[in-house]
Structure formats: structure tokens, C-alpha cells
Design a protein around this ligand. Structure first.
Ligand SMILES: *[C@@H]1O[C@H](CO)[C@@H](O)[C@H](O)[C@H]1NC(C)=O
Ligand SMILES: *[C@@H]1O[C@H](CO)[C@@H](O)[C@H](O)[C@H]1NC(C)=O
Ligand SMILES: *[C@@H]1O[C@H](CO)[C@@H](O)[C@H](O)[C@H]1NC(C)=O
Length: 457
């Protein structure tokens, strides 16, 4: 826990310096967040009509797609290959297959002056904040609210090509600044095939009645692919300079997800000083991806082992480690529902669970989950006794309550392990984070957590 994490400290110092050099509007930011901001996160399914088995199946499908997306983004070559420079045709490669955005939580905010309501996907796995933009829009996917139009906002401003945040964009500077217009063009693609293309701008964002933040940089997207569960854009919460957390300069944020089977209660997100846990909370360090800053948007953790019942599972710890070239590892993510374990670990866990549950195996194919048991005759599926599960992170054991491990299909009478298998990396998903308050301490590069009743926070 006290291990010094030199590179990231240096990175945050550099970022602090950068903040001091930013133009005036940014100075308004810390005074507003001094009191902290509370936001409500809505599960994507809460606004849809799916229930029971359909919801579980969709969550499993999305988890797989999300993990593949995270993996694709982490292992993509440094040179952008999909940039559309044809002035209207869009990406020319296989990106023509359009996938929905696969993050899980939505947040309501407002943009501009006067404020225009905006529902955005909250994404701890990427940095950019963006919304579909009528500037005019060349290609926008359907969204429930009216499009944001720069011309109708008194506080809209273009970001120049030489600005620090323009330079923080992932693609090379040359391709942006050679454009005929002097603005900061961006193209940002997601591993799931969705993308947004437009100019980087600044405007006021309103997070609640009491919190308006001026001069936040965001992507005004005029060519957008993918989309989205009734959202109009995305708010990146990753570790890079463009994310909301970095731009606000908050030293910490926290969230607490209400249970997966509760689709009506929202989950609180706290930004800044309102994010706090009790002294009993446990902490584990965030790791940086050694392959460089571009791959360090993710919140990597150090997972050292898994215990089921009283048995430490025979999993080679290397399975969860980041390699020197930046592959593998495990991240904590808000956009993945079911935890994805690297296949070699998943197989060991699934065998151990199967050996300890005294119920016949059942098919979970209709749910998209691979280890399921038949519920006892005439009794609720939760009578299937799954032993306790403990994730051993560096410096902190995370004991998962039973409700975070088992998903049920009451109609079919089956109970399944709410974990999926993945190849290439592992992801701690929101199902396994439910009813646990997680604090991301950005200043100290620590993840802290403690059990909580999220609906009461
Ligand atoms: C979008 O919202 C509408 C109305 O609020 C709802 O009927 C619909 O199911 C939602 N769609 C999704 C994909 O959540
Ligand atoms: C922003 O830049 C675009 C051209 O890229 C221009 O048409 C527009 O007027 C500019 N808006 C402002 C507010 O400067
Ligand atoms: C959700 O699951 C928990 C644990 O299995 C159960 O106690 C609770 O009643 C369920 N809630 C709903 C809304 O189904």
C-alpha cells in the first residue's frame, strides 16, 4: 500500500503544471468542485423494458462485447488507421459494422448556455467527453433529446490546435492541424466499433442545480457511429488529461452501484470532496500500463489470487499481471457488467465452484453464462449454496457477498455464476462491485472500497 508509484506521481505533477498553464476558464473549476458534486447513475436497462432472463442475457452479451472493445483499444497499434479524411464518407475500413456502445451506466447533465439536457454514457475506460453536435451534423444516430447546437450556446468556444488538450488527443498532432480549418479536429474510436468525429471545443456543463463548470473541453461530434442506449454522447472518466476527472482536477471520486436486480434505484457518483469512505475501508494501488500513457486510461489493479470457501485457487499469478509490453492485466470498469476472467483463471474458478455446489448442472445457454445449476425443487434459486469468494488484491482482500456472485433466472429455476471467460485481459465488472462503495483516489493512486447499502448513501 505504501509502495511508491513514481511514474504516476510524476505524471500527476506534470498534469498539475499543465492545469496551471491552461487558459482562464479552468480556474473557475476547482472552486465549484470544492464542495463536491453528486450525480445519479442510471443503469441502461432501467430505461428499457427488458426483465429477468432477457436482461441477464443482454448483460452477458454486452459484457463480452465490452471486454473485446477494451482489449481492442488497449492493444491497438499506435498509428490511427480509421481516420476518415474524405470529407463525408466516414471510416473506410471494417468499422462499417456498427455496434451499440456497450457501457452500462448513464448520467444526466446539461451543456451550454442556456443549459440543454444531455444523457451521456459514463465510461471509466476512456477519456474524451463528447456529444452529438449540430454544427451541422453530418451523421448523428437517433437520440431522445434535441441535438446540441454550438450556435445556440452563448458559452461555446472552439479549442485551438495548439491548446494543451488538443495535444492530449490520441492521434498525431499533424493530422489535426493540417486541416483547412484552424480548429482542433478529433477522431475517437471505441473498441466496440463506435466512433465520433468532430472538433474539440469548450462550453459550460451543468451537473446539478448547484454545480455549473465553465470551460470544459469536449468533442463536438458531427460524424458519429454507434450509439447508444438513449444517450447523446459519453463522459470519459479515465486517467488521461481529457477525462472529466482530470479536467475538473478532482483528487478523488467514488460510486456505489445498487444491486444488478434492482433496476429502479439509481446509483450515486461523488466527485471531489464529497467522495469519502470510512477509516475501515481497504485500499489497493492502481497500476500504470508500462506500454505508455496512451494505454493508461484504464484503472489497472494488482490481483494476486482468488479464494473460494477456504481454498486458495491454483491460479498462476502471472495470469493477472500486465506484461512489459502492456498486455493482459486486470482493470476495474463501470461499463462491464459480469466480471471477465482470463480463461486460464476462469476454468479453475468454474471447476472449483462446480465441485462445491451440491446441485445438478443446468444449461445457462439462454442466459449466455457458462456455469449454471438447477435450483432445488420448489425453492428459490438462491438456495443453491455457492461458497464465499474472495479476490486478493495487493494489500486488500475483497470479499464478494453471495448476491454479487450468483445471477438467477427464477422462471427457469437456474442460478448461474455471474462471471464470464475472456482472452487477453481481465475486468472487474459492475455486478461484482454492487453494494460496495468504491473510491478512486487519484492523488494517491489508490482504489479504496467498503461494503455499503448504495441506495442509502
Ligand atoms: C429509450 O427510452 C424510451 C423512453 O424513455 C424507452 O421506451 C426505450 O425502451 C429506451 N430504449 C432503450 C434501448 O433503453
Ligand atoms: C468555430 O470554428 C468553426 C470552423 O471550424 C467556425 O465556423 C465557427 O464560427 C467557430 N465558432 C466560434 C464560436 O468561434
Ligand atoms: C435481488 O437479489 C437479492 C439477493 O438474491 C434479493 O434479496 C432481493 O430481494 C432481490 N431484489 C429484487 C428487486 O429482485
Amino acid at each position: 500500500m505504501t509502495r511508491p508509484i513514481v511514474p504516476s506521481l510524476m505524471a500527476s505533477k506534470r498534469w498539475l503544471l499543465l492545469c496551471l498553464l491552461l487558459p482562464l476558464p479552468f480556474f473557475a473549476v476547482p472552486s465549484i468542485t470544492g464542495r463536491g458534486i453528486r450525480l445519479e447513475l442510471t443503469h441502461v436497462d432501467a430505461r428499457g423494458s427488458l426483465a429477468g432472463a432477457d436482461r441477464v442475457r443482454r448483460a452477458a452479451e454486452r459484457s463480452h462485447r465490452r471486454v473485446n472493445g477494451l482489449l481492442a483499444a488497449a492493444t491497438a497499434p499506435s498509428a490511427p488507421t480509421l481516420r476518415s479524411d474524405d470529407g463525408g464518407g466516414g471510416p473506410v475500413t471494417a468499422a462499417a459494422a456498427v455496434h451499440a456502445s456497450t457501457a452500462t451506466y448513464l448520467v444526466d447533465l446539461a451543456i451550454g448556455t442556456p443549459p440543454l439536457a444531455l444523457t451521456a454514457v459514463l465510461d471509466t475506460g476512456s477519456d474524451l467527453i463528447w456529444t452529438q453536435c449540430d454544427a451541422p451534423c453530418r451523421r448523428c444516430f437517433p437520440q431522445p433529446a434535441p441535438l446540441y447546437a454550438p450556435a445556440r450556446s452563448a458559452t461555446y468556444a472552439n479549442l485551438s490546435c495548439g491548446s494543451k488538450l488538443c495535444e492530449a488527443l490520441p492521434s498525431p498532432r499533424s493530422s489535426r492541424c493540417s486541416a483547412p480549418e484552424p480548429g482542433c479536429a478529433y477522431y475517437y474510436s471505441y473498441g466496440d466499433g463506435s466512433s465520433t468525429d468532430g472538433v474539440l471545443a469548450t462550453d459550460a456543463f451543468t451537473f446539478s442545480a448547484a454545480a455549473t463548470v465553465h470551460g470544459l473541453a469536449f468533442g463536438c461530434g458531427t460524424d458519429n457511429l454507434g450509439g447508444t442506449d438513449n444517450s447523446s454522447g459519453l463522459v470519459g472518466m479515465g486517467r488521461g488529461p481529457l477525462s472529466l476527472v482530470s479536467q475538473l482536477g478532482v483528487t478523488r471520486f467514488s460510486y456505489c452501484f445498487t444491486p444488478f436486480n434492482d433496476t429502479t434505484t439509481s446509483s450515486p457518483l461523488f466527485l471531489g470532496s464529497s467522495a469519502r469512505l470510512s477509516p475501515a475501508a481497504k485500499s489497493t494501488p492502481f497500476l500504470l500500463n508500462p506500454a505508455g500513457p496512451r494505454r493508461s486510461s484504464y484503472y489497472y489493479l494488482s490481483l494476486e489470487g482468488i479464494t473460494i470457501g477456504d481454498t486458495l485457487l491454483p491460479i498462476d499469478p502471472a495470469v493477472f499481471q500486465l506484461t512489459a509490453s502492456g498486455r493482459g492485466g486486470i482493470i476495474i470498469d463501470s461499463g462491464t457488467t459480469f466480471t471477465a476472467l482470463e480463461e486460464r483463471a476462469f476454468v479453475v474458478l468454474a471447476r472449483a465452484v462446480a465441485a462445491r455446489v451440491a446441485r445438478p448442472l443446468a444449461s445457462g445457454a439462454h442466459l449466455g453464462l457458462s456455469l449454471c445449476f438447477a435450483a432445488p425443487e420448489g425453492r428459490a434459486p438462491d438456495a443453491v449454496g455457492v461458497p464465499r469468494l474472495v479476490l486478493h488484491f495487493d494489500g486488500a482482500d475483497m470479499e464478494l457477498p453471495r448476491a454479487s456472485v450468483v445471477v438467477e433466472d427464477k422462471v427457469a429455476g437456474v442460478a448461474c455464476l455471474g462471471v464470464v471467460s475472456a482472452r487477453g485481459m481481465s475486468v472487474l465488472g459492475s455486478m461484482q462491485q454492487q453494494n460496495m462503495h468504491f473510491l478512486y483516489d487519484i492523488e494517491r493512486d489508490l482504489l479504496s472500497f467498503e461494503p455499503a447499502k448504495c441506495s442509502d448513501l
